[in-house]
Design a protein around this ligand. Structure first.
Ligand code: FE
Ligand code: FE
Ligand code: FE
Length: 184
């Protein structure tokens, strides 16, 4: 009979594998970013991911088990897609928006995974594990919000590929007349 504790340890082994893959992949994705803020955000989160791997080891210890990684097919697939999108959009104005989209898919997977683990650790009455998982969950949510802000503030607009050659006033006027000039 498999119970919630088995499910918890099974999913912990999954995210323990995913987190190690994500840590490596973020460093690579950061190198492809042409927006310095995005590059810094991805590099910073890569360091956070490394610390999350260590926190996961501690969570295993909370349940008196050795850390065990179980290949996360979702992470493998998402990171493969991320590498593909980077290749397709290299040297294009949409590269940063593409990187943000790929990274946010990963963050949402992590938020869902840690959300469940956190909930289950509460039911399993393991406060130390609850605290560690909450810390990780907060970091995943924070970087996801930061990526949304970066997309809204610059990367999505930049991806339109319409860097305007005119002044702001002139631009407003021309946009009104539907003749927004594009840079050559
Ligand atoms: Fe993570
Ligand atoms: Fe998984
Ligand atoms: Fe993350």
């Amino acid at each position: 009979m498999k119970t919630l504790k088995d499910l918890f340890l099974n999913q912990l082994a999954d995210i323990y594998d995913a987190e190690q893959r994500i840590d490596k992949a973020l460093t690579k994705l950061a190198k492809s970013a042409t927006c310095t803020e995005l590059k810094a955000a991805l590099d910073f989160h890569s360091q956070e991911s490394a610390s999350q791997v260590r926190k996961l080891v501690a969570v295993f210890q909370c349940f008196d088990t050795k850390p065990k990684a179980q290949r996360c097919e979702a992470a493998v697939g998402m990171l493969k897609e991320a590498a593909g999108i980077v290749t397709s959009f290299k040297r294009s104005p949409a590269i940063n928006a593409a990187l943000i989209a790929a990274a946010q898919k990963v963050e949402h997977y992590e938020i869902a995974s840690y959300g469940c683990l956190h909930e289950w650790a509460q039911l399993l009455n393991n406060q130390r594990a609850v605290d560690l998982l909450q810390e990780i969950l907060d970091q995943e949510k924070a970087v996801n919000n930061q990526l949304t802000q970066l997309a809204r503030n610059s990367s999505n607009v930049e991806a339109l590929g319409e860097s305007c050659v005119c002044g702001e006033e002139e631009m407003a006027e021309q946009t009104q007349h539907g003749q927004h000039r594009k840079a050559a």
